[in-house]
Design a protein around this ligand. Structure first.
Ligand code: ADP
Ligand code: MG
Length: 377
């Protein structure tokens, strides 16, 4: 009889015993287990019978893709932020049952009724509710975690609790360094575009100046508890609602990083597929509704007298807008020419690649003049 006092990697058999031990199922029940994870970092198991199903996400102490060590504390961070989001935006994340500190497992609700937004968009599905739902998630989950709202001492404790060194380093490298300074020689793009990328990114001091500011801001602006990896594969949707998963890159960082990621990842299907033209309106709505809701939320929850001054509020939101556009730009560029592409961009033409890079550059360079969704185009 296992006691689970020492970490080991679960498999399709041991996961059943584990959930029986944890009392999610009775002994001798007939159970079916599957691995549903598709990432290259963690393991996600689904265990079910006729009565119920349970999902377990286990973080290994090594990276699944290449065996490199990766701090499993990320799993605790993921659990903590999911509990926080569950409280701030009820119903927008899977219900979280428990965390096991030894096994690095998060035991949670099965959300198989929802589908991966990236693949849904690629197959031409339309979600009229998306802008409404994601803007609620963004406005309600981010601002309440800032020190505009939280007690200054509590907020600093949280910053400490959510220090996520290794995962942040991954983003600092892959998103905010390598596309402009390919020191690991791992960028991937169409050979034909080497001169274009060299001229417009590697040797473009104007873009390097702006990206350096965004990089510095990412590393030093502990503004809010952000998801940190809010691409369309971290969002699941059905006909009415969304569920956000996989916040293992969470840390105290700039709010615009999350909003920018959402927006960037809507541009990929919009530009790659003809049947996605509705996404243009959707992008405009995501931007406008998010800032509209954030502004209202601000009036409702920010009470500190200095921050009630309208000029400060306008300044604060304007900075988040600029960050949003800047990080939408860096996300578009890194998914186009960096080491970790997205599915939509598999086999795209050299011309489309240049279109994405130019869009990214435009969003970064013009970020302070974008004031509403339609200015993104
Ligand atoms: P990783 O960190 O390895 O990327 P994710 O959290 O993104 O892991 O999960 C990988 C996949 O596992 C998801 O794309 C989804 O298909 C499945 N999955 C994750 N959580 C759940 C859940 N609560 N219910 C159903 N499927 C899930
Ligand atoms: Mg992940």
């Amino acid at each position: 009889m296992k006691t689970y006092e020492k970490f080991f990697l679960l498999d399709l058999e041991t996961i059943k015993e584990y959930l029986i031990h944890k009392k999610y199922f009775e002994k001798d029940e007939k159970l079916e287990s599957r691995e549903v994870g598709d990432g290259n970092i963690n393991y996600v198991f689904l265990v079910r019978n006729d009565r119920k199903s349970i999902v377990v996400k286990q973080a290994d102490e090594f990276l699944r893709a290449n065996g490199r060590p990766l701090d499993s504390y990320r799993s605790k961070i993921e659990y903590n932020i999911l509990k926080e989001e569950e409280r701030l935006v009820p119903g927008f994340v899977p219900e979280i049952y428990e965390y096991d500190d030894v096994m690095h497992t998060i035991i949670m609700e099965d959300i198989s009724e929802y589908k991966n937004l990236r693949y849904e968009l690629m197959s031409g599905k339309k979600f009229d509710h998306f802008s409404e739902n994601i803007s609620t998630f963004l406005a309600d989950s981010l601002l309440p975690t800032t020190d505009l709202v939280l007690d200054a001492m509590d907020k600093k404790e949280k910053v400490k609790k959510y220090i996520n060194k290794e995962l942040c380093l991954i983003s600092e490298n892959l998103v905010l360094t390598e596309p402009y300074y390919d020191y690991k020689s791992q960028n991937k793009f169409n050979k034909e575009n080497l001169d274009f990328v060299t001229k417009n990114l590697y040797e473009n001091d104007a873009i390097k100046f702006e990206v350096s500011k965004l990089r510095n801001n990412f590393m030093n602006n502990a503004q809010a508890l952000i998801h940190g990896d809010l691409h369309s594969g971290s969002i699941f949707a059905n006909e009415k609602r969304i569920k956000v998963i996989d916040p293992e890159f969470a840390f105290y960082g700039p709010i615009g990083y999350d909003i920018g990621n959402v927006i960037a990842n809507l541009f990929f299907p919009l530009i790659c597929f003809e049947n996605c033209s509705w996404l243009k309106d959707c992008i405009v709505e995501v931007f406008d509704k998010t800032f509209d809701k954030m502004s209202k939320k601000y009036d409702k929850i920010v009470e500190f007298p200095l921050y009630r001054v309208k000029t400060f509020k306008d300044y604060y939101i304007k900075e988040i807008m600029a960050d949003t556009c800047g990080y939408a730009g860096t996300e578009i560029i890194r998914r186009t020419i960096g080491d970790t592409h997205v599915k939509e961009l598999d086999n795209i033409s050299a011309e489309k690649e240049r279109e994405f890079v130019n869009l990214g550059i435009k969003l970064i360079m013009n970020r302070y003049s974008i004031k509403e969704g339609k200015d993104l185009f």
